[in-house]
Design a protein around this ligand. Structure first.
Ligand code: SAM
Ligand code: SF4
Length: 334
């Protein structure tokens, strides 16, 4: 029995998010620039390496695995990887296998994902207006995503919608979005926009819509009850009395919940980031490739977790985007 992964602040690490590609079929304005240069294929972990890496983490105590990107479902043969992880679910060593997706490929993959053991997916969707959707994602088409959501629900997957709260963009749609989710029996989580990526000609502070304000607007319409549920992540949940639905708030800016953070992230090149909001990271690809045994990899994982910082430094309180990190979200996987 391996000792669990515990960081210097006594947080047990049980949640791993893995980016399987930096590529995407969308170019959301807050996530990527229009002309992205993607990594050469040889730098990416192969599907076999991803399997070995995740299996090692599971042996060290990871219980929840979330696959992300870029857009995870555009990685070639990605179902081979999902099917491989299914064996850990069957063995009971992994409790949950899930993914975050833009939904564009769900129509194609929903049944296969269910067959691999996935039961829940997070679909990112910021607006129900077709023209606005095309604007914010640059390359995305709303009907394709809506068909993907239909297919996921039909396959038996529980869908949660993730919505980035953007000032002056989806403010007028707050009730439309929550009502639409309630009608379809989907929970919704709002996310504060984070100062990541190339901020050269973009105004992240101008886009920032505090979730305190979102919550206050929801409370004007119906009673809200705080739910005690904690996921070890940054989200806090409430229940709306009128629809009974659950609404989550991920508030890295207006509240920081780093003290209960139980997660680490792996990029598609095998870097481990123990905090989304800090630049510090270590390489797991070299130890992974250096030998067929997993000893060097395990040592590198433990060494990285021993350096997990206390928290991030994102801060808009001085009326500008402080504590920003230069990576795009698609690099670390949101
Ligand atoms: N392509 C998939 C998707 O869009 O769901 C998975 C990767 S995407 C990077 C994961 C999440 O990060 C999405 O919900 C997206 O809205 C969010 N995201 C990207 N850039 C962000 C930013 N600057 N601030 C807050 N959330 C961001
Ligand atoms: Fe692609 Fe997701 Fe980033 Fe949008 S948020 S560009 S869908 S990786």
């Amino acid at each position: 029995m391996e000792p669990p992964l515990i960081d210097p602040f006594a947080r047990t690490i049980e949640y791993l998010r893995v980016s399987v590609t930096d590529r995407c079929d969308f170019r959301c304005v807050y996530c990527m620039s229009e002309n992205m240069t993607f990594l050469p294929k040889k730098d990416l972990l192969t599907l076999e390496e991803l399997d070995r890496l995740c299996s090692t983490f599971i042996r060290l105590g990871i219980r929840k695995l979330r696959i992300t990107g870029g857009e995870p479902l555009v990685r070639r043969d990605i179902m081979t990887f999902f099917n491989g992880m299914g064996r850990h679910l069957e063995a009971g060593t992994l409790e949950e296998l899930t993914l975050t997706t833009n939904g564009s490929q769900l129509e194609r993959f929903a049944d296969d994902l269910y067959a691999a053991g996935v039961r829940r997916v997070n679909v990112s969707l910021d607006t129900l207006d077709e023209a606005k959707f095309a604007d914010i994602t640059r390359w995305g088409r709303l009907p394709q995503v809506l068909r993907g959501i239909d297919a996921a629900q039909k396959a038996g997957l529980r869908v949660k919608i993730n919505t980035v709260a953007l000032k002056g963009f989806n403010e007028p749609e707050l009730f439309d979005l929550t009502d639409w989710c309630a009608e379809r029996d989907m929970d919704i989580t709002f996310i504060e926009v984070m100062p990541m990526g190339d901020l050269g000609n973009e105004d992240r502070f101008g886009q920032y819509w505090s979730l305190e304000d979102v919550r206050a607007q929801l409370a004007e319409r119906t009673a809200i009850t705080d739910l005690p549920e904690k996921t070890g992540g940054p989200a806090r949940y409430v229940q709306l009395e009128n629809t009974g639905q659950k609404v989550g708030f991920i508030t890295p800016l207006s509240h920081n919940f780093c003290e209960s953070c139980n997660r680490v992230r792996i990029t598609c090149t095998g870097e481990i980031y123990t905090c989304l909001g800090q630049e510090g990271h270590s390489d797991l690809r070299a130890p992974l490739r250096s030998s067929e045994g997993d000893g060097a990899l395990e040592d590198a994982i433990r060494a990285a977790i021993a350096l997990k910082p206390k928290g991030h430094d994102f801060d808009y309180s001085r009326q500008r985007a402080d504590g920003q990190v230069s990576r795009h979200m698609s690099h670390t996987g949101g």
